[in-house]
Design a protein around this ligand. Structure first.
Ligand code: ZN
Ligand code: ZN
Length: 350
């Protein structure tokens, strides 16, 4: 391969396989760096972009991938404080810095955000150009694969638990949906001091995993009214906080119904269904709160990386398999069909 060329997995048309193509290596402009990619997680959103076409991209062909980590390989003009060879995780959206949300540190909901692999070139490739303000240093004791999934599968539930749900010491929490995000949420709730975490999922396999990372009680969502099981597991009482990581109305409904009076539900899963829960009579009378939580702010990712470095996070179950770039289509399809109960499949560019 020409030394100015690289391989990239590009979407030309939804519902057709990504093409693994040779394209030009981009060069960093002022304030940007060129990162040699090491790892990039495959997200459920990639399934929606590539396989079912329900999440559109801003243009095609486009390189997908938005959970990246790598090593700095070149610096654009004016870059200070970073060097070639630095190990970095990449915050997956480029934000404007000047909208009201950015100005109050809520860059995760920047109105001008450009997400990698959706609105701009993504990271299923050998190299990526990115503004320096998107870089987070990877601690020595964290691998590239672990750092990569931290950027989305880690930071999204971290944001939901610490900033949106604001779990407090002694609280009781229910987690609806214990895939990659929900499983990390269980750990963040315990670290935030939750007295009891109840995990709800239709898969016994996922529930066993939830118990291994710290959930106190497991409830199989296959029963008719899971919220009743949650309450009976909690001494007949509703929980203080419920998180929903599925993105379907039935799960949001169950999360809200599982709350005590005055409780709050945080919904993180994304889906096309209309939210249709209980009547205002119950919702208002019980003083309930339903909160949406999208992605994360870069500050969340910075704090999460510090937490991971402290050794307090169990990362042993967070990466379920590592595959080469040429197998990315297989990885996306395995994630969709849940082949081998994947938590996070990570594409390695090493
Ligand atoms: Zn994602
Ligand atoms: Zn902004």
């Amino acid at each position: 391969m020409d030394e100015k060329k690289m391989m990239a997995a590009r979407l030309h048309k939804a519902k057709t396989p990504l093409l693994i193509e040779e394209i030009d290596i981009p060069s960093p402009g002022p304030g940007e760096v060129l990162v040699k990619m090491k790892a990039c997680g495959i997200c459920g959103t990639d399934v929606h972009i590539a396989l079912d076409g329900t999440v559109p991209t801003a243009y095609t062909p486009i390189t997908l991938g938005h959970e990246p980590s790598g090593v700095i390989s070149d610096l654009g003009d004016g870059v200070r404080g970073w060097n070639k060879g630095d190990r970095v995780a990449i915050y997956p959206q480029v934000t404007c810095g000047v909208c009201p949300q950015c100005r109050e540190g809520r860059d995760g909901i920047c109105i001008n955000a450009g997400v990698l692999g959706m609105h701009r070139e993504g990271a299923f490739s050998d190299y990526l150009v990115i503004p320096v303000r998107n870089l987070i240093r990877i601690p020595d004791n964290i691998s590239y694969a672990e750092a990569a999934i931290m950027t989305d599968a880690g930071a999204t539930p971290f944001h939901a638990v610490t900033k949106r749900g604001q779990v407090r010491p002694g609280e009781t929490v229910a987690i609806f949906g214990c895939g990659g995000l929900g499983m990390n949420a269980i750990q963040f709730c315990k670290l935030a001091g939750a007295a009891r975490v109840i995990a709800i999922d239709p898969s016994d396999y996922a529930l066993e995993r939830a118990l291994r990372v710290g959930a106190d009680i497991a409830v199989n969502a296959g029963v008719e009214k899971p919220y009743k099981e949650v309450m009976s597991a909690n001494g007949g009482n509703g929980v203080d906080v419920a998180f929903e990581f599925v993105g379907v109305n039935a799960a949001i409904d169950q999360a809200v119904r599982s709350l005590r009076r005055g409780g709050r539900a945080v919904t993180v899963g994304i889906g096309p269904e209309r939210i249709n829960i209980i009547a205002p009579f119950f919702f208002v009378y019980n003083d309930l709160t339903l909160i949406g939580s999208f992605g994360s702010d870069i500050g969340d990712l910075e704090r999460l990386m510090g937490l991971a470095a402290s050794g307090k996070l169990n990362l042993s179950e967070s990466v379920s398999s590592v595959i080469p770039l040429k197998d990315v289509n297989q990885g996306i399809s395995d994630l969709e069909k849940k082949v081998g109960h994947p938590i996070r499949i990570v594409v390695s560019m090493e």
